[in-house]
Design a protein around this ligand. Structure first.
Ligand code: PMP
Length: 443
């Protein structure tokens, strides 16, 4: 389709990998949902900055001042990218997991948390110390809203409550009805945090329009793989909470008391939760990625991704042995994250064959979303290894799934090769035997 724009330049385009059949091939990175390759522009920006690298918020020297300014500018860029409201805070964290754990530590006393069982473990698990209600997997977006409304209606209306929900599933790629869920949460006096780990790289996210209270995402899924993430949103709970990390940078004033103890006044700003030397390169890289995506234009990026999704979906639909996993049905809007199983194939072996015979990198396993994959596969997937590849005999019913995921840097050739590979493997079978050794599938 000539009307679709070219992919954005990313690193790793020319990386070649050996094939088990002999020779080598350029690597087709189709595991964006785990970690996306860095945008060339992010890499260039970081490379230009590194000679000027200095400590943030600490030094009097020119380069420290410069780094501090770039770090704080990165915060503003992220706030713009997320269309934050006045007064919202942007806290730099390590990742989405870190961001949600931070928020979990900032819950007011007695807070009730509501979370669908279909969430990624990063959204599912940080609330265990609170009063958490796990909601059953809905089979339509409307059912999700009804389920949440019902649960909220039963709650103690006077206490604080938080809903945590994903914007796009890391397993099915399906979009969740965030605006409607937010309206339901707010109507019942609850707040909501959006796990945008899989949404932000594929769709514009407006905190203001969605009206969510917080949003979390990871740099390494947003083409900025430098160990940084973001929690952005309402300042009040964050300001009132104990610091996530205690240490330098989070405290405004520390004094020794008469009785020998120590009194601390913590910052009210985002710095309250960012103790220690911050990851300035990570923050700078996220800001660079935000600008690159905005400059490329969301309409263009979304149109290109739709074109790739269509290719993969029609390609897979042509292979009767393939079952695409879906909670909301085939027509549900989705991002470029598609999981499937292949009849007669162990998913780990299939993924290993894609790698060894075609140089295609996908993911197999349970995708850190065990209850969701269990629902989708209609069985009890083996949960050996948190995110790992369980072993099953060849030909046995799949206990796990295969996930292909792509984005702004994916050339058509990668998805074309993937579709061809699936067709060939299903019709010819793998030319090699794949078995698990030390947790890895190898020829
Ligand atoms: N939420 C979702 C929906 C995800 O897909 C992931 C990563 N797979 C996470 C949270 C956790 O992200 P991270 O590993 O960067 O903390």
């Amino acid at each position: 389709d000539q009307s679709v724009c070219a992919p954005l330049p990313v690193l790793g385009r020319d990386v070649t990998v050996p094939l088990v059949t002999g020779g080598e091939v350029t690597y087709a990175a189709l595991d964006y949902a785990a970690s996306a390759p860095a945008l060339q522009r992010v890499w260039d920006d970081v490379a230009a900055y590194v000679p000027y690298y200095g400590s943030v918020h600490r030094g009097a020297g020119y380069l420290s001042q410069l780094s501090t300014e770039l770090f704080e500018n990165a915060r503003r860029t992220v706030a713009e990218f997320l269309d934050c409201r006045d007064g919202d805070q942007v806290v730099f964290t390590r990742s989405t997991t870190d961001s949600l754990n931070l928020l979990a530590r900032a819950l007011p006393a007695g807070c009730q948390v509501f979370v669908f069982e279909t969430e990624h473990h990063a959204s599912l698990l940080p609330w265990q110390h609170a009063r958490v209600t796990f909601l059953d997997a809905p089979r339509t977006p409307a059912e999700a809203v009804r389920t949440l409304e019902r649960a909220l209606a039963d709650r103690d209306p006077h206490g604080p409550a938080l809903v945590c929900v994903t914007g796009a599933s890391n397993v099915t790629g399906e979009l969740w009805p965030v605006q409607e869920l937010t309206a339901a949460a707010h109507a019942h006096g609850a707040r909501i945090v959006l796990d945008a780990a899989q949404l932000a790289p594929h769709h514009p996210v407006s905190v203001r329009d969605l009206d969510v209270d917080w949003v979390a995402f990871s740099g390494h899924k947003l083409y900025a793989p430098f160990g940084s993430g973001v929690l952005a949103g309402r300042a009040d709970w964050l300001r009132e909470a104990e610091p996530y990390l205690a240490g330098g940078g989070a405290s405004r004033r520390v004094t020794r008391r008469e009785d020998g103890g120590v009194d601390v006044e913590w910052h009210d700003s985002a710095a309250r939760h960012e103790a220690g030397s911050p990851n300035v390169i990570g923050a700078y890289a996220i800001a660079s990625a935000c600008k690159a995506l905005t400059d490329a234009g969301w309409d263009t990026l979304v149109a290109r991704e739709r074109h790739l999704i269509e290719k993969v979906r029609t390609g897979l639909a042509d292979v009767p042995e393939v079952r695409v996993l879906s909670l909301f049905g085939d027509d549900a809007p989705r991002v470029g994250v598609i999981s499937f199983v292949v009849e007669g194939w162990n998913s780990s072996h299939f993924a290993a064959a894609l790698s060894a015979e075609y140089g295609i990198g996908v993911r197999d396993g349970l995708f850190c979303a065990h209850p969701l994959v269990r629902t989708l596969l209609g069985g009890d997937p083996q949960t050996q290894g948190e995110c790992g590849a369980p072993e099953a005999a060849p030909g046995e019913k799949s206990l796990n799934a295969i996930r292909v995921s792509f984005g702004a840097g994916t050339p058509d050739e990668h998805v074309d090769r993937f579709v061809r590979a699936v067709r060939e493997l299903v019709s010819d079978g793998a030319r090699w035997t794949y078995r698990t050794e030390d947790g890895r599938c190898v020829p």
